[in-house]
Structures are given as structure tokens and as C-alpha cells.
Design a protein around this ligand. Structure first.
Ligand code: SF4
Ligand code: SF4
Length: 517
């Protein structure tokens, strides 16, 4: 169970490798899922009687299914290059949060049951039986990995702890020990369509209210349509975008971009969630169910393109797996990638000169940018390597006059996770979340002190929620984290006069939406 009280780590000027404190985070475990939520996802409701055998069988199945997994388990040479690369180790000081030690929790069991040396001479090769104590350690420390892949960047063999962590969680679910936060959310998304359990009428109501608010503020009727058949774009965005700050400011930005570019678009009440927590628990089947809802929504609405909003892991699933999970998408317009990121759309429109922008409207801020780990290390954007780093920065520089990057070790490929990714964004893990945010907080403090940075922009719903929560622990304020598209929204010069007009005086966006309806 998570500790009720803890000390926030002290911010240092430079990253300092901490002294080891063995077992200090062993107590940190998320709540387990109740039977009803486990069973909804096809897992046993509680620890099954013959759990060791079930777990070993599952490990054997995963070895066959994912060749990468056994390669990772067999190839570590204990060089130590990854040991100081995990934000959870740096923030908590627990040696089991060193990536190699985390992997070894799984590796020692793998060796015991799946290698000859481990079967014959377990002690000599560090192999261990799968005991209840080992399972408890798995539950603690595989829920202290946000699957961010930072360690894999520095490993000479490219060993990806994230995949081992996903496998361990899948094994735990299979024996009946699932995590409450992830599994309840997956159930909601599979039955209602989004993580929040927001039903269709509430969604429509929320978006109508948003249209009124934006019209009141801008004098322009920017639409936020739901279930409009024949729209060009289906926008799949995290449900946090529908009401919570700073997320909703990003949604307003997407709406303004589509409006000014004259692109008809719609949300779907059936697939009203970009997030796909199936990935966090390593479950292909659960990941696929959510992906298939998106396919179905695109078919039902007859759209030509699928665009994803600001959500890091959703983009990882979409970019890396959507076509495998739910393709082929041959019914969409082949002139556009499937799927597309909202940043790619906005970036393309800026380059084509289709958006009227006044960056001075953001002059009250000095911005830095947090590369979300899933976008940085598990996906791309655009058609060039590194596009996932350049495209968001290009957009920010087009809409803001004051931009500064954080130190080089803390951005792009080397970016630090926010501390709440990988299915750990739950209050029962608040100690871990605060401590795991330490390296990002240090990098941010650096540019706040040196360059007067006032705000950090991000393109991930989890990062935004996590920073809103943990900023006050480090003497920042919640509102210093903002959506990238909030900056776009601020800078778009959107007046009734400059909306693109056709010959009849109707603005193009209204015409497209009317046709779509
Ligand atoms: S994937 Fe990220 S969170 Fe997990 S061990 Fe590696 S650096 Fe740590
Ligand atoms: S960097 Fe790679 S090979 Fe070296 S200890 Fe870590 S996981 Fe093993």
C-alpha cells in the first residue's frame, strides 16, 4: 500500500546519482482490481490456486509470442549503463528501480524455468523459484516502471525494460492479480467508449457548452461536432480533453485549427477515447478491442481521415500498432497517413500558410517543451526521423516568441517521463509519482532560473495531469503546464471577418459541416 506521508526530494542544480537505499519503495503498490473488473477483461477475479503453474505457462506462451522478450532476457551483460537512467531510481533511490534490477526480477524466474543452466544450477546463474515473495516484488516494482523506454536508449543491446514490464503485468493479470486503476479504466472504455465513463448525452452536452463558451469569447462559432456523418476527419482524443484543464484548452485549439482551415471534422460518441490502457497491462486482446472501436467509428461515420489529439501513449499505440490491431484502413483517403497526429495537421497547415497566427498573443509567457516519452521514444511524426521532436517545436515557435529548451540530457531521445505514465497516474501511487518526477522538475527549474521560463507545454494527457498534480510539491503552480494547442489557440487570429468565405458569404467550415450533416 502506498505510504501516506513522504518527503519530496530536494531539487539539485545538476542530476546527482543517489546513494542506494535498499527496499525503500517495496511498500509502494497500487490497489488491486476487484473480481468484477478482472473478469470483465477475461482475467481471473483473484489469485488462482495453482498460480505458479499458470504464471509459468503464461511466461512460456509469451516467450513464443514475443521473440523480442526472450532476446532481451538472454542478452543482458550487466554492463550497468542503464542503472542511473530511470527517473524512478533517481527519484526514489531504491536499487530495484534500476532498469537492470527491475528486469532481473523477471529474468531470474525465466532462467529457473526456461534455461538449462537455470534448471540444473539455479544458484550459479541467479535463477530463482517463482514464490509468493517474488510475486509481491513483481507487483511493487513492475508498477514502478512507466514503460518509458529511456533505459533502452542507453543500453548497448537496446534491451527494452518496458516490454519486460508489460509481460510481467500480463502474467500477473493472468493469475488474478491485476491493477485497479488500469483494469477499471479499460472496462469503462470497452463498454462506454471512454476512460471517464462519460455517456453520449453528457458528451454532447459538454461540447455544446464548449461551443457557447468559445463563441462568447471569440465571437466566432467554432464547432465541436459529435457523430456527424460524412465529416472529413474523425478526431480521436483523450477524454480528459472534454472538460479538464489544461486539456480542454488544447481541444479548443484543435477546433480553431479545423475551423480556420475549413476542414470538417467530428468526434465519435462510440470511440470517444484516444487512450488505450491495454498497452500498459501488456494485453494485446484488450488493446485490440479499443482499437476496433476506432475502426468501427470511422466506418460508421464515413470519414476520410483519422486524426489523434494530444495523448502520448495513445499516439504510441496508434502510430506503432493501429494498422496491425484494426487495419487495413483502405477505406480512408490514401493521401493522408493513417493515423495522423494533430500536430502533423497543424504543422502542415502552418507551412501552407493556411492559419493566421499572431505569436505576440503569447508574449506573456516564456515556454519550454516537455517531450512526452511515448511520443519521443516509441513513435514518430512527419516523414523524417526526429519529426516527433521538430514538429511540436516548430509549431511552438510559430505561435510564441519566447521559447527555450531544457538541458540536452532531458529532452528528445533522452527525455524523462513525467513520472505518471504507464498506468501509474493514480493517487495510490502519489509518492512514486512525486519522486519519479524529480529529474523533470530539476530540468525545468534549470530553465526557470536561467531564462525565466514561465510555462511548460506538452502533448500528452497523462503528462499534463501528472504535472498539474506534482508541480505544487516542487513549488511550481498547477497552471504552469499547458497544452501545446492552447498556445495555438491563443495565437490564432480568428474573427468572423477573416473566416474563409465562399461566394454566398457562408464561411467554408459551416458549409462543409452542413454538407456533412
Ligand atoms: S522503461 Fe522507463 S520507467 Fe521503466 S525501467 Fe526503463 S527508464 Fe525506468
Ligand atoms: S544497459 Fe543493457 S546490457 Fe547493460 S546492464 Fe542495462 S540492460 Fe543489461
Amino acid at each position: 500500500m502506498a505510504a501516506a506521508e513522504f518527503d519530496t526530494p530536494e531539487l539539485k542544480e545538476y542530476p546527482v546519482i543517489p546513494r542506494l537505499q535498499e527496499g525503500v519503495m517495496k511498500h509502494s503498490q497500487p490497489y488491486t482490481a476487484k473480481a468484477e473488473f478482472q473478469e470483465k477483461l477475461g482475467f481471473p477475479g483473484e489469485l488462482v490456486d495453482n498460480w505458479q503453474q499458470v504464471a509459468i505457462d503464461k511466461m512460456g506462451e509469451l516467450n513464443k509470442k514475443y521473440r523480442s522478450l526472450s532476446v532481451y532476457l538472454d542478452s543482458c551483460v550487466k554492463c550497468g549503463a542503464c542503472t542511473d537512467k530511470c527517473h524512478y531510481y533517481l527519484g526514489t533511490t531504491d536499487p530495484k528501480n534500476m532498469p537492470v534490477a527491475r528486469q532481473d526480477l523477471y529474468r531470474k524466474v525465466y532462467r529457473r524455468y526456461f534455461t538449462l543452466s537455470g534448471k540444473l544450477f539455479p544458484k550459479l546463474v541467479g535463477a530463482e523459484d517463482l514464490t509468493k515473495e517474488v510475486l509481491d516484488d513483481w507487483y511493487s516494482y513492475f508498477h514502478q516502471c512507466s514503460q518509458c523506454r529511456r533505459c533502452s536508449v542507453y543500453c548497448p543491446y537496446g534491451i527494452d525494460t518496458a516490454e519486460i514490464s508489460m509481460a510481467a503485468r500480463e502474467v500477473m493479470d493472468t493469475v488474478g492479480v491485476g491493477q485497479k486503476y488500469c483494469n477499471e479504466i479499460i472496462g469503462k472504455a470497452q463498454t462506454i467508449g471512454n476512460n471517464l465513463g462519460l455517456p453520449e448525452p453528457a458528451l454532447i452536452n459538454t461540447l455544446e457548452g464548449l461551443e457557447e463558451d468559445v463563441e462568447e469569447e471569440t465571437g466566432v462559432k467554432v464547432r465541436f461536432p459529435v457523430d456527424e456523418k460524412g465529416a472529413e476527419v474523425l478526431l480521436i482524443t483523450p477524454s480528459a480533453d472534454f472538460f479538464a484543464e489544461p486539456h480542454i484548452d488544447g481541444l479548443i485549439g484543435y477546433g480553431k485549427v479545423f475551423h480556420q482551415a475549413g476542414i470538417s471534422w467530428t468526434l465519435s460518441s462510440y470511440a470517444s477515447e484516444a487512450a488505450n490502457f491495454g498497452m500498459f497491462i501488456g494485453s494485446y486482446e484488450n488493446m485490440q478491442k479499443l482499437a476496433l472501436r476506432i475502426r468501427q467509428a470511422a466506418l460508421d461515420l464515413g470519414v476520410k481521415r483519422i486524426v489523434f489529439g494530444e495523448c502520448g501513449h495513445a499516439w504510441r499505440v496508434a502510430y506503432s500498432f493501429l494498422n496491425t490491431l484494426a487495419g487495413p484502413f483502405d477505406f480512408l483517403d490514401p493521401n493522408y497517413p493513417v493515423p495522423q497526429h494533430i500536430c502533423e495537421v497543424t504543422h502542415g497547415l502552418i507551412k501552407e500558410g493556411k492559419l493566421t497566427l499572431d505569436p505576440s498573443l503569447n508574449d506573456d509567457m516564456v515556454i519550454t517543451y516537455h517531450d512526452s516519452c511515448n511520443v519521443a521514444r516509441a513513435s514518430r511524426m512527419g516523414d523524417k526521423p526526429g519529426g516527433q521532436f521538430e514538429i511540436p517545436r516548430d509549431i511552438i515557435k510559430a505561435v510564441c516568441n519566447n521559447y527555450v529548451d531544457m538541458p540536452s540530457h532531458a529532452i528528445k531521445e533522452g527525455t524523462y517521463c513525467c513520472g505518471g505514465g504507464g498506468g501509474l497516474l493514480t493517487d495510490d501511487l502519489i509518492e512514486l509519482r512525486v519522486k519519479g518526477a524529480l529529474p523533470r522538475m530539476e530540468a525545468l527549474k534549470n530553465v526557470v532560473d536561467e531564462y525565466g521560463v514561465t510555462h511548460m507545454a506538452a502533448i500528452c494527457a497523462i503528462c499534463k495531469s501528472q504535472f498539474s498534480k506534482v508541480f505544487p510539491y516542487y513549488d511550481f503552480t498547477m497552471d504552469q503546464i499547458i497544452s501545446l494547442h492552447q498556445l495555438v489557440s491563443n495565437a490564432i487570429v480568428l474573427t468572423p471577418e477573416n473566416a474563409t468565405e465562399d461566394d454566398d458569404g457562408n464561411d467554408t467550415d459551416d458549409k462543409n459541416q452542413a454538407e456533412a450533416a
